[in-house]
Design a protein around this ligand. Sequence first.
Ligand code: DC
Length: 232
Amino acid sequence: MSEAPVVTIDGPGGAGKGTVSLLLARRLGWHYLDSGALYRLVAVAAARDGIDLDDGDALARRVPGLRIEFRLHADTLQVLLDDVDVTAAIREEACARAASRLAVHAGLRTALLPLQRAFARPPGLVAEGRDMGTVVFPQAPLKIFLTASAEQRARRRWLQLSAAGVDASLAAILDDLRRRDAQDASRTTAPLRPADDAVLIDSSDLTADEVCARIAGHCQERGLTVGTDPVP
Ligand code: DC
């Protein structure tokens, strides 16, 4: 495994991992891995190539041939699959559902391991997902488990969608989120759970900046450099 230090941020959907991880990566001047985007990309590729979401072997075989590009901008991540911009497509709720469904396959998860670990390059990596601290980067010097109440997470997602002009029902989002939580936490391979040595943070009553500041404090305690000049 790489020598580069890794901060892992795991937790359920809607806890604010994405925003906080991006903020922290910029603050540290480190690389950023959105592992959920990888699962979502596989869902997009499966739909495009007609691969059954229940066929774990076929999904795993497809991974090495995927040309994936992550471009980190000021506060967004642009995602390309085989040179096609799929940034918006991977954020659709249908894609999230498909990603959660295919994420149960052990073979697929194994196929994605080298891809994820390749992100750990100097000066360091902020990696977010469900199993970053437990499976992908078990040696990480700082592991965060970020939670928030289901109601708060659903409300945040609803606000995001409303801001984007999408007409969505709060009750339906809450239902969907609970279903996905149950699926992610109950699967046998790499279920969503905090690593034994994870620091738990409940973001229900905190802003993303406040959560980021707390994590930066933990970084400093562990001697992980917090820079003031974010890398471009
Ligand atoms: O974080 P997200 O909502 O973009 O993730 C989409 C799905 O991908 C999630 O429901 C479960 C799966 N996932 C996973 O199994 N392991 C990860 N490290 C990240 C995501």
